[in-house]
Write a protein that binds this ligand. Structure first.
Ligand SMILES: [Zn+2]
Length: 218
């Protein structure tokens, strides 16, 4: 099936009951090559035609997910590099099978490719042609579609600059203290952590220079 056909059914953000999964279930956990409609949606936001990585290197993933422990299935989406598409389909299938809560799964373009806005909305995302958060020059692995941020509001990026604690997004300050327990927390005992590590990803939460608890990359 082409993405243009799938789009008729795959209404991102829509929630569906388990028994009402048809005809959606045939579209669960699929990777599509981007079509022109998708490219127009992201051009000038997360992707710049002629400057960012070629469109044929990107894959659009259809990812059903559970926003909370209980409740309906919600239709989600993600854009990633084709090299990690099989990994992500497997990982998100396992998370789904275990009802692992992923609150929101939309392209960052719905937030005008503003990483802070996306993180503050607890939106999990992957591809975005941007620099790393603390530098305007260094390109992020997100720019290649090789990094994924999961439940970012509860798993912030933490830096100490000139003795001052910086938390991204700023709304995540209560979750910078990792000795506390709360929903959506990623740590080494967490299923999400285990699945990404098993697939050969590195976890930003282990970075001594400043942990990035939401971040997995290849
Ligand atoms: Zn990240």
């Amino acid at each position: 099936m082409e993405l243009s056909q799938a789009r008729k059914y795959w209404k991102v953000g829509a929630s569906i009951g388990c028994e009402g999964c048809e005809p959606f279930s045939s579209l669960f956990f699929k990777a599509f090559e981007p079509d022109e409609t998708l490219l127009q949606r992201i051009d000038g936001k997360s992707w710049k035609r002629g400057q960012s990585i070629p469109a044929e290197d990107l894959r659009y993933l259809t990812l059903p997910h559970f926003p909370g422990i209980n409740g309906d299935i919600v239709l989600g989406e993600m854009l990633c590099h084709k090299d990690i598409a099989p990994d992500l389909l497997d990982i998100f299938q396992s998370l789904f099978n275990h009802h692992y809560p992923i609150e929101r799964l939309r392209l960052i373009d719905d937030y005008e490719a503003d990483d802070n806005a996306s993180m503050a909305a607890n939106n999990s995302s992957c591809f975005c042609d941007r620099s790393v958060a603390w530098s305007s020059e260094k390109k992020s692995r997100h720019a290649l579609g090789m990094a994924v941020d999961i439940n970012p509001l509860y798993n912030p990026m933490v830096r100490v600059r000139d003795g001052v604690l910086k938390v991204y997004p700023p709304q995540s300050l209560p979750y910078a203290d990792r000795t506390r327990n709360f929903d959506y927390k990623i740590e080494r005992s967490d299923l999400c952590y285990k699945l990404f590590i098993a697939r050969g990803f590195r976890w930003g939460g282990a970075w001594a220079s400043g942990p990035d608890f939401q971040h997995f990359e290849k």
